[in-house]
Design a binder for this molecule. Structure first.
Ligand code: ES4
Ligand code: ZN
Length: 330
């Protein structure tokens, strides 16, 4: 209880969060009813009981199915508001939120609807509480390069309208077999357009995907990156250049990236001097929001209060806020 309050009180940013991964089973049922859709589960409990994953793909199948209840602008707004309330309760002062437009446009939902609902919530919360947030539009790596270009083309006309929130680009979904170089050209285009760049790498995929995310995609942060330890030269580089790693311990546990939290390499990465942060990834599916990720990791790995403070400070240092706004939070 005391450690919980300490963690809550640490000023922090959340940098690795999929907004579609914040859809709680209760809200999935509510939105399905509102949109007159059937769900192949008899109850909230039955749906939650299905969250027993063996790897990334077994999760993605349920995650995309869950997201299919999102139809209207209000649906995207309600989902985003629910997340921001949880984040605020955990002491998050700034959030950089990924969203997957292709998950929705592929079902006939207009990309305008997705942007409008999410951004309305972000703006309202910013105005009412001062909690700031940015959006990272993520491409699905199991889809083609051409589909990523088509998504960018559909989104670019909205850039001016959402330039207070939409600042960057991400890359997520099935990592193995979809290496960074598949997206070299779209990331080059996004860099030309002066978007901030991140990519998932080294979650299930090898350390070489982390190197390639840096060298081929020119990303500024690595989402996950826990497999970087397999390559000592890469580790030295990550430490030397202080490349932020947005680590998600409960996600790694639920997706069997690690067998037990006690075996997670987060503490080792941190103690070697890497720029490690703690994040929740898909909290509705993985059993905890960001505060719970800090707490469970601290207990499993014996992190000190000072180390928890470093992790929280790292999250603010690694965020994409302009230097003057970052300074206020640090
Ligand atoms: C994801 Cl944990 C994870 N990995 C890759 N892609 C994702 N999309 C949502 N969660
Ligand atoms: Zn992720």
């Amino acid at each position: 209880p005391d450690l919980n309050a300490y963690i809550r009180g640490l000023p922090k940013a959340e940098l690795h969060l999929h907004i579609e991964g914040t859809l709680e089973p209760e809200l999935i049922f509510e939105l399905a009813a509102r949109n007159h859709m059937a769900i192949p589960y008899s109850s909230v409990e039955a749906l939650r009981a299905a969250y027993a994953f063996t790897d990334l793909q077994s999760f993605l199948d349920l995650y995309y199915a869950g997201a299919s209840v999102l139809i209207t602008e209000q649906d995207f707004y309600d989902m985003t508001m629910a997340y921001l309330r949880r984040a605020r309760a955990d002491g998050v002062l700034h959030a950089e939120i990924m969203f997957d437009p292709q998950t929705h446009t592929g079902r006939g939902v207009a990309i305008e609807t997705v942007f409008a609902g999410i951004a309305r919530a972000l703006r309202e919360v910013r105005a009412a509480t001062g909690i700031s947030s940015y959006l990272l539009m993520s491409f699905l790596r199991h889809l083609s390069e051409q589909e990523a270009f088509d998504t960018l083309a559909a989104a670019l006309p909205l850039r001016e309208q959402y330039n207070d929130v939409w600042i960057g680009i991400g890359l997520d979904s099935a990592e193995l077999g979809n290496p960074p170089d598949k997206f070299a050209r779209i990331f080059a285009r996004c860099k030309e357009l002066e978007f901030r760049l991140v990519a998932h790498a080294g979650e299930e995929g090898p350390a070489a995907y982390v190197s390639d995310a840096l060298d081929v995609l020119h990303v500024e942060r690595i989402d996950h990156g826990v497999r970087s330890e397999d390559d000592p030269a890469l580790m030295q580089r990550l430490i030397r250049d202080q490349v932020p790693l947005t680590v998600c311990p409960l996600s790694n546990l639920k997706l069997c990236v690690v067998d037990a939290l006690e075996q997670h390499n987060l503490a080792r990465l941190l103690r070697q001097g890497a720029m490690v942060t703690i994040n929740s990834d898909d909290p509705a599916y993985f059993g905890g929001y960001v505060g719970q990720n800090y707490l469970a990791t601290a207990q499993a790995l014996g992190l000190s209060k000072q180390e928890l403070g470093t992790l929280a400070r790292n999250s603010l240092e690694s965020c994409f806020l302009p230097a003057d706004q970052k300074q206020v939070l640090l």
